[in-house]
Design a protein around this ligand. Structure first.
Ligand code: F6P
Length: 328
């Protein structure tokens, strides 16, 4: 193993996700295991620019594996988008003698990290943390499984009231650019229709499908709508349109919103975060840089950040097909 790296900085950036704390813990403890110093920077890149950090020890990350959010806090730093901001960040890291950074976040975080690494020769390794699960180079992102379980629990409750009143519920879930949460929670919660940004089924098809389910004897239904879906302008307009055109249905809207970002991480997310966090440190020690750690078929992988920030993961078309079959 290369011993050029003696001190690692770790931070969380972008939208928080349950399991980020487990990833921080894994990075900090792996550093201690390999005799490296570890600094935790607060509020992502903004904390590096403002020199807002703390030296982390194995004990400073005790009792956080089970906690949602991120103890290092998160931000989307506008200053880091500027050359001056990055210059300041570099000077601060140099003064603190930080040799490399572990970035826990999404593709925006990694894009910034890659620019920084290329400008100032600070190796970076990304750890995918976002509930959206839309990052290339990994089958799963930290926080996704927890968010899915939160949605399914919420939709189960909505189903109780939907069936008691014979109502049609439109439930909006997160996913500005991607339909992973909508598709998987929709299948898991038995939704009638799932609307995702990757596929605009059109209003006519939606109406037709809802009419068919009414004819088949269904008295209540749930439609899961990803935030970024383009079938309607937004979930409220969609519900209004369907209500007008299918008066036999009483329509209601629930936006689950930021509930999906919080809560204690599931065991799956804790284990994933632990594995990715340790491996991020080990990859840096192996001399790897500007990569993201990911998981494919239960094996930890390294993918160039350059390759993953050029698009999003593809949706599982087979699962879409399954959901159509099951909503008969
Ligand atoms: O990136 C994750 C995500 O949950 C998106 O699905 C959502 O659109 C966005 O964050 C909202 O983030 P914020 O509330 O931080 O603007």
């Amino acid at each position: 193993m290369s011993r050029d790296i003696k001190k690692i900085g770790v931070m969380t950036s972008g939208g928080d996700a349950p399991g980020m704390n487990a990833a921080i813990r894994a990075v900090v403890r792996a550093c201690a295991y390999y005799d490296l110093k570890c600094l935790g920077f607060y509020r992502g890149y903004q904390g590096i620019i403002e020199n807002d950090f703390e030296e982390m020890s194995p004990r400073s990350v005790k009792n956080i594996i089970n906690k949602g959010g991120t103890v290092l806090k998160s931000a989307r730093s506008q200053d880091f988008r500027t050359k001056e901001g990055r210059q300041q960040a570099y000077e601060n890291l140099k003064e603190a003698e930080v040799d490399a950074l572990v970035l826990i976040g999404g593709d925006g975080t990694f894009t910034g990290g890659l620019i920084f690494s290329q400008e100032y020769d600070i190796p970076v390794v990304g750890v995918p943390g976002t509930i959206d699960n839309d990052i290339r180079g990994t089958q799963f992102t930290i926080g996704y499984d927890t968010a899915l379980n939160t949605v399914v629990e919420a939709v189960d409750k909505i189903r109780d009231t939907a069936s008691s009143h014979n109502r049609l519920f439109f439930v909006e879930v997160m996913g500005r650019d991607a339909g992973f949460i909508a598709l998987n929670s929709g299948v898991g919660a038995g939704a009638e229709e799932i609307l995702i940004p990757e596929e605009n089924i059109g209003l006519d098809t939606l109406l037709e499908s809802l009419k068919r389910s009414k004819r088949s004897g269904k008295s209540s239904s749930i439609v899961i709508v990803a935030e970024g879906d383009k079938t309607g302008k937004n979930v409220f307009e969609l519900a209004e349109y369907v209500g007008k055109n299918l008066p036999e249905y009483e329509t209601k809207v629930t936006v689950i919103g930021h509930l999906q970002r919080g809560g204690s991480p599931t065991c799956f997310d804790r284990v994933l975060a632990s594995r990715l966090g340790v491996k991020a440190v080990e990859f840096l020690l192996d001399g790897k840089r500007d990569i993201m750690v990911g998981i494919e078929n239960n094996i930890i992988t390294a993918t160039d950040i350059d390759a993953i920030t050029k698009g999003h993961n593809d949706i599982n078309r087979e699962l879409l097909r399954i959901s159509d079959i099951l909503s008969i």
